[in-house]
Design a protein around this ligand. Structure first.
Ligand SMILES: Nc1ncnc2c1ncn2[C@@H]1O[C@H](COP(=O)(O)OP(=O)(O)O)[C@@H](O)[C@H]1O
Ligand SMILES: [Mg+2]
Length: 350
């Protein structure tokens, strides 16, 4: 009889067909019916409850007590309960050999440039590589790889969502930027940012990889501690520039990974913008920020200096054009290949 009640907002389907009749119970003279509504308030709630009550009055003997109630939220048995961030497992990163964070104490030192080019260079050496752009404040991987506007495919599997990375230049890319509207400011803070990041790494079907690089947010805050705690990150690479200011910031980055809460290995230091080389004089090196800041820093902390990347106009231009410099065979491309080789070597060491 409840099939007589139709939902005018849903193609006039009846409430039974729509799966809204959640429970019908009869206790003596009392008939109780629970109607299940969605998470959002349905403007027709009152109308449908009233209609159901009227139908029941019409079809039941006089004296029956009719109780029709609306309940909100999805029926429990309706669908398997969606997994929440806290239920995420490590299944998707189980086949990744090395998860390595690319960090710096400070923004603007070229962390993303190094991360993207290192990923491409490792691929050129024959490794299987993925990169997760975890910089919630300024995701730059879509621009640097020419994948802006790409929409990662998602599918539901056994009640949890799996996201597929974007593949280009032989690397699997994932960025929080793929989920934001162009120009939309990302205002995630604190726990929300942490959850989004965790999801963006642990729900991605990375498959079998030798390296999964994580372009970490700048700074040394809670996000980092939570990220390292939730993801089986083996260690980090720290990016710096030769300027003294950047160096003291990098010190904080180094301390963070050596902090007992995090305590992960630092595979090496990369000195970015180590010298300037004009395109027309590729043999010339101008150490405009000082010659051996990176070398000294590496010595002081006992961390190997695994890469020195020059400032070359083509590095910035290729980044802006979405074609990483590491694809080239010029001095810029070679500097990244050298870095990739050194990192691979470090990870083989105990
Ligand atoms: N070695 C380099 N030579 C030339 N430009 C560079 C180099 N490294 C980074 N840049 C440029 O500097 C800017 C900041 O780099 P980015 O990688 O976004 O820094 P971060 O991720 O640390 O904030 C970008 O415009 C980038 O193209
Ligand atoms: Mg960046």
């Amino acid at each position: 009889m409840l099939r007589e009640v139709r939902h005018p907002g849903k193609g006039d389907k009846d409430i039974v067909e729509l799966g809204m009749v959640d429970q019908v119970s009869v206790d003596g003279k009392r008939i109780t019916v629970l109607l299940r509504f969605g998470e959002h308030r349905d403007p027709l709630t009152e109308y449908l409850v009233g209609s159901a009550r009227a139908v029941l009055y019409r079809h039941t003997p006089a004296g029956a007590e009719i109780d029709v109630r609306a309940v909100a939220g999805r029926a429990v048995e309706d669908k398997p309960k969606k997994k929440t961030v806290n239920d995420l497992t490590l299944d998707e990163v189980n086949n990744v050999r090395h998860i390595i964070g690319i960090a710096s104490g400070k923004g603007g030192v070229g962390k993303s440039t190094v991360a993207v080019n290192l990923a491409v260079a490792l691929t050129r050496l024959g490794y299987r590589v993925g990169l997760a752009d975890a910089d919630v404040y300024g995701p730059s991987v879509p621009l640097m790889t020419g994948t802006e506007g790409a929409v990662p495919q998602a599918l539901e599997e056994n009640g949890s969502e799996v996201i597929f990375p974007i593949e280009k230049y032989g690397v699997k890319w994932m960025s929080i930027g793929y989920f934001a509207q162009p120009g939309q400011a990302l205002i995630w803070r604190g726990p929300m940012a942490c959850n989004a990041l965790k999801q963006m790494i642990l729900q991605v079907r990375w498959g079998v990889l030798d390296f999964l690089l994580i372009d970490m947010p700048p700074g040394t805050g809670d996000i980092h501690i939570s990220l390292v705690g939730d993801i089986p990150m083996e260690g980090a690479v720290i990016v710096t520039t030769p300027q003294a200011v950047a160096l003291s910031d990098v010190e904080k980055g180094v301390d963070m990974f050596r902090n007992e809460k995090i305590n992960r290995r630092i595979y090496g230091l990369v000195e970015n913008m180590a010298w300037f080389t004009p395109a027309e004089l590729p043999e010339n090196k101008y150490f405009i920020f000082g010659k051996d800041g990176g070398v000294k820093m590496a010595e002081r902390f006992g961390i190997p200096l695994i890469g020195r990347i020059p400032i070359v106009q083509s590095i910035r231009e290729s980044g802006d054009a979405g074609e990483p410099a590491a694809l080239s065979s010029g001095p810029d491309g070679l500097a990244f290949l050298e870095l990739a080789r050194n990192l691979a070597e470090q990870t083989e060491k105990e």
